[in-house]
Design a binder for this molecule. Structure first.
Ligand code: FAD
Length: 284
């Protein structure tokens, strides 16, 4: 997916929760596009968004930016026929780049629902729906530098990533993390196990204590004590905002030093914050 000669960057956005949010998101996408991102990915299902919502944003990216639109797809709770119809509806719109995910299990459930148990099942189904590849199609997958909350061990996560690679995934995007050493350790272990695909670090600027709590709850990551205490010491929202940008920008600088193949930013539909991170890290 890499087209830039300078370090590739990419962004994740989500479909707006209300129709009135669409215009603001479209403005954000136009502004993000000025950083010349390789791709802009659009979340799926998270926050109750529908296929139509995702497709609307993906089509906007396709028609109004130079970035490749990358569609997140989840398979939890669906039948094979439903998932196949879903993939085909994206392909029919000319969307050929996917992030194949399982999705989160419904709250309070440890049981798998539906006919597709893991992201690996969805990768296979996407391949099947594509049929004869034209060379335009790419399948990315999720990776977890600090382990997925359901995994027995980090080794188990790396085995999962290897299985995704064997099925044809060509890119991994990581869950957010707070220390660049977590990424370095994960990449070293993955390479030693035979993972060869690029592993793109996913960075989320966390600009308030409230957001930190929410993000830890959603991802199961451990609290980064230094960031939490710096945010707690702030006397204004503006100061906390800058603390979050500083933390992410210094991680980005370290990741670039480590040779990361690019930087993926969870934009939270707030273009100014992620663009400040890139600017402060000297990446754009
Ligand atoms: P899987 O790869 O299926 O892994 C889930 C667990 O099962 C892991 O513990 C894994 O090790 C294990 N496992 C996998 N395959 C096997 C196997 N064959 N045998 C045994 N165990 C196995 N969620 C959304 O709802 N919408 C989004 O748009 C979205 N975007 C995301 C983007 C990124 C970059 C990331 C990192 C996460 C995103 N998520 C999203 C969250 C994601 O859906 C959850 O983290 C989910 O719990 C796991 O998804 P997965 O694709 O990694 O699942």
């Amino acid at each position: 997916m890499s087209r830039n000669r300078i370090l590739p960057v990419s962004f994740e956005v989500y479909p707006p929760k209300r129709p009135e949010g669409l215009t603001g998101l479209q403005e954000s996408i136009r502004t993000l596009d000025q950083a010349n991102p390789d791709f802009i990915s659009v979340t799926f299902g998270a926050g109750g968004s529908s296929t139509k919502d995702s497709l609307e944003v993906l089509s906007f990216i396709r028609d109004n930016s130079s970035a490749t639109p990358l569609a997140h797809l989840t398979c939890v709770g669906t039948t094979k026929n439903q998932a196949r119809a879903l993939v085909e509806s994206f392909l029919a719109e000319g969307i050929t780049d996917f992030l194949a995910l399982r999705g989160d299990l419904p709250e309070g459930s440890s049981e798998h629902h539906g006919e597709l148990e893991h992201a690996t099942d969805l990768i296979a189904l996407i391949q099947e729906s594509i049929g004869e590849p034209s060379g335009e199609e790419h399948i990315a997958v999720a990776a977890f530098p600090n382990g997925h909350p359901e995994s027995k061990s980090l080794d188990h996560d790396i085995e999962t990533l290897l299985a995704k690679q064997s099925l044809g995934a060509t890119l991994a995007i990581t869950q957010l993390f707070f220390f660049s050493s977590d990424y370095e350790h994960f990449v070293e272990k993955s390479r030693a196990a035979g993972v060869t695909i690029p592993i793109l670090p996913g960075i989320m600027p966390v600009t308030s204590l409230g957001r930190l709590a929410r993000v830890l709850e959603l991802t199961g990551e451990k609290e980064p004590k230094g960031l939490a205490s710096s945010l707690a010491a702030c006397e204004s929202a503006a100061q906390a905002h800058q603390v979050g940008i500083d933390w992410s920008a210094s991680m980005v600088s370290e990741l670039v030093e480590m040779g990361a193949p690019g930087i993926h930013l969870y934009a939270f539909n707030q273009h100014a914050t992620v663009l400040s991170v890139l600017e402060q890290a000297g990446v754009r």
